[in-house]
Each structure stands twice: as C-alpha cells, then as structure tokens.
Ligand binder design. Structure first.
Ligand code: DAH
Length: 358
C-alpha cells in the first residue's frame, strides 16, 4: 500500500502548480475519477484483511477528503483571479478628455432667459412660474379682457375641448396670467418676473405657434411711472450692452394697464446691418404700463393703497435683435449646425458684471 502522506504531498504540489480550471479538473480526474489513483486504491481494499482494511480505508477516505478540499480551495482562487483578469482586461479609461465636438451648447432662448433673469435678479425681482394650460379667467377676464372684448380675437387662442361645465381651458396666450396668480397668493410688496412658454395660433417668419415671453410685475404703495421707466431703461441698456442706448416710451393700449406704453430702443441700419444705439431708427421691444386698478381689485388688492407697474416682452424677439438671428423658425428646427453657430458655452453663465460673450 502506497504511503498516503506521500500521495498527499504529490497531489498538493500538483494542485498548487495548476494554472487554470482545466488543469485542476485533470488532477481531480487522475486521482479521484473512475480510474483515478485513489479510486483504484479504494477498490483494492477488498483484498485486505478486515483489520488492515479498516485502517487503510480510513486513511484513504481522509486523503480523498483532503484532496477534494485542496481542489475546491484552488478552484475558488482560480475563479476569482479569472474575474480580476477579466476586469483588468475590460477596464474603460474614463479619464480620457472630452472631445470638444461632443460638448453641447446652450440654446439662445435659454441663454436669453438667463440673461434677463440675471439683470432683473440684480434689481431684486424673483422668478415665478405658472401653468401652460390656463383657465380663461386668468388668461383674459381677470386681466380686464372680458368676454367679447376685441383683444380676445387678437390673441389667436388655442382652446381645449369644453369641460362638463361648458368652460374651455386655453393654452396661455401670454405670461400675464401669472401676474394674477401671484397677486392672489402673495401680499405686496411684489417684485416678480415670469419667463415661460406661450401659444398663439399663428405661423410665419415672424410668428410661431409656441414662443416665449417674460412678464414683469411690481406692486407697492408708492410705485409710479418713474419707477417703470427707470427700471426698463436700465434693463434695455444692460441687456443690449449699450450704456447710452436711447429708450423711448410710446403711448399705447393694453386692457390690463392704464396708462400703457410700448418701449422702443434706438438703432441704425448701417449698410444693411442692424446696430443698437444712437441713430435714426427705432425698434419696438416690449409692452408695459401701470397695472389697471381693476386688475388689482380682481386679485383682492386694495387699489386705493397699492399701485404697480407691469411689462411683457417676447424672448425670441430680443434674442434675434441681440444676436442677429434673422429667422424665428430656426429656433425650433433643432439643426445642429445652427446650434453650434448660435449656441453658448455651457459654463458661460451670464452676469451683469461680465456679460456672456461668444
Ligand atoms: N401680455 C402682452 C402681450 O402678450 C404683453 C404685455 C404688455 C404685458 C403690457 C404686460 C404689460 O404686463 O403691462 O402682448
């Protein structure tokens, strides 16, 4: 009978040299397989006398268990190092620098909203939002545009199907309904701007069925037309980056303001290129006025104590003027070449101090 200790040492060193799972399996078969060394020794036990059989049988059993144990342990080692080798091989080097042509850019509408927000933010205005799908009362009636008022026709409204009570919701035609929502929910003093989407049933080179506006509202006890003028002149000069930009207030009419004024800025059309500043041209850029006392009362604000001013402007329009974008429809085409040309660097955050430059 072979010495089981010697056998054990042999198998132990073979197992430790096995470099992969196949080699390990070959050792298992050659020792413990059907015709394996140890299997054959166990088969030969029958030829031994009872006392010796018990003794050798016990030793062989122990040897078998030791070998199975060795193989199992080695198997676990080989398996985990296999995973490690695989991980090492499949590593992705995420430290590669970003290729410049893959970085996105900020859309001129987002950039313009950020710029407007930053300028009015410096003046103490905060940002409010409201729903795109609006009740008729907020979009029109509370703003002193009652049913059958001619201003309703001018708004080319998208109506939703009538509800059970016969009322039709609208896609808001301007950001002005957020004035009403804010005055209902907040006590004066109020100082807000409202950038957002607006909708009108109109589509050509200068109109899109969806466009953006920014609304402004200030309500306090001593607010007057001088505040309105100072605030909007300051805004126009900061936004267009022209310190002495001429700004003109032209009498106008809006149902929700009284008196009302449209605001024009000075410009020149030298050799076909438009430039903001002193010249003989004027460009209309926004509507404004002192909040009509009827509108204050519709929101539960005492109009004998409070006055306010309000304004509204089209984001696309001021973006087109500032950045020389000739066609409104291109804003929504998602054309990458256009976005690369007119877009802004993501980290080029607008501030009043150092305004974003391309
Ligand atoms: N809501 C107006 C429009 O869509 C713009 C406007 C004009 C808003 C005068 C105002 C305002 O708040 O005072 O044409």
């Amino acid at each position: 009978m072979e010495d089981t200790n010697k056998l054990k040492d042999e198998v132990e060193s073979a197992v430790s040299r096995a470099e992969n799972l196949d080699a390990l399996e070959a050792i298992r078969i050659s020792e413990l397989g059907k015709n394996g060394r140890i299997t054959l020794l166990m088969k030969g036990l029958g030829q031994l006398g009872p006392a010796e059989r018990r003794l050798v049988g016990k030793k062989l059993n122990e040897l078998k268990n030791t070998i199975l144990d060795l193989i199992e342990k080695k198997k676990r080692v080989l398996e985990s190092s296999g995973i490690e080798a695989q991980l090492a091989e499949e590593t992705i080097d995420i430290s590669l620098p970003v290729r410049p042509q893959l970085t996105g850019s900020i859309h001129p509408i987002s950039q313009t909203i950020d710029e407007v927000t930053s300028i009015f933010g410096e003046m103490g205005f905060s940002v409010e939002e409201g729903p795109d799908i609006e009740e008729d009362w907020y979009n029109f009636t509370a703003l002193n545009i009652p049913p059958n008022h001619p201003a309703r026709q001018e708004h080319d409204t998208f109506y939703l199907n009538a509800e059970k009570n016969g009322e039709r919701m609208v896609l808001r035609t301007h950001t002005s309904p957020v004035q009403i929502r804010t005055m209902q929910s907040t006590n004066p003093p109020i100082r807000i701007i409202v950038p957002g989407r607006t909708y009108r049933c109109d589509h050509d080179a200068t109109h899109s069925p969806m466009f953006h506006q920014v609304e402004g509202l200030l309500v306090d006890e001593t607010t007057h037309m001088g505040h309105l003028k100072g605030c909007l002149i300051e805004f126009c000069r900061a936004f267009f980056g022209v310190e002495d930009l001429p700004v003109r207030f032209r009498p106008s009419y809006f149902p929700f303001t009284e008196p009302s004024a449209e605001v024009d800025i000075g410009c020149t059309f030298d050799g076909g290129t438009l430039k903001m500043g002193h010249g003989d041209g004027w460009l209309e850029i926004l509507g404004s006025g002192m909040v009509n006392p009827k509108v204050l009362e519709n929101c539960g604000i005492d109009s004998s104590r409070y006055q306010g001013f309000a304004f509204g402007m089209g984001i696309e329009r001021i973006a087109m003027l500032k950045y020389g974008i000739p066609d409104l429809r291109t804003f929504y085409d998602s054309d990458l070449r256009w976005l690369r040309h007119y877009g802004f660097q993501p980290l080029d955050v607008p501030t009043v101090v150092g305004r974003a430059s391309k």
